[in-house]
Design a protein around this ligand. Sequence first.
Ligand code: SF4
Ligand code: FES
Length: 266
Amino acid sequence: MADIIRLKLHIWRQNGPNDTGRFESYTADKVNKDMSFLEMLDVVNEGIIESGKDPIAFEHDCREGICGACGVVVNGFAHGPQKLTTTCQLHMRQFSDGDELWIEPWRTSAFPIIKDLVVDRGSFDRIIQAGGYVSVRTGSPQDANEIPIGKAAADAAFDAAACIGCGACVAACPNASAHLFVAAKVSHLSLLPQGQAERQERVRKMVAQHDAEGFGSCTNHGECETACPKGISVNWIARMNRDFLDAMLKAETTLKAPKLRQVEDS
Ligand code: SF4
Ligand code: FES
């Protein structure tokens, strides 16, 4: 017979962006250890709905660790206490009978709370949009193998592309920096031949948009890597910083070039 546990839950409830919000306590007394964390919240919500109250709003889509929608903070850990796991793939067997859980949304001003555990991560979308991919129409897609890519580069690009844009790195960072996310997104394109044409413009624009959205700077705490459910390494941040410096120096040289030529001509 499956194990059944009883939990005391303190869940952040906030009616909307302008509500101050507060923790509300619930007892979950029929939690099957085989449930996922989100299934446990579903069961809690069934009880809340039956009592005529407003269910807890939380975000989810794939429930397979792919979409990045489901993140919440559980007892201070982004996506909960199990490493390399999204909230939807966290199982209740990680918890024990009688445990007390504090469940909160991602907390940073760049992710305003919409309701309860749901935050607006539009800032991530705008960073991606700032980077773009190609600015010209390039015709029909090529055959997948038409451009040879070395295995090491392909593997590294794949590792960086594993970022699901969940925002746990921001929630875990004491500076609320999104550098791990931006570095993953910048790097997976900059490692591939198709990403070279706009490599420098892309990193400049994405880092500028990151700053404009109000995310903080990276000071090498490393909490982002610890919280990341996809194992994105902080080494990508170092790589992005090198790319960014190179792009800024080249942009500066390009802007100064006409002036230098004028001096040389006079
Ligand atoms: S780097 Fe990791 S924690 Fe940050 S958004 Fe991507 S998957 Fe989520
Ligand atoms: S619901 Fe898609 S990653 Fe969790």
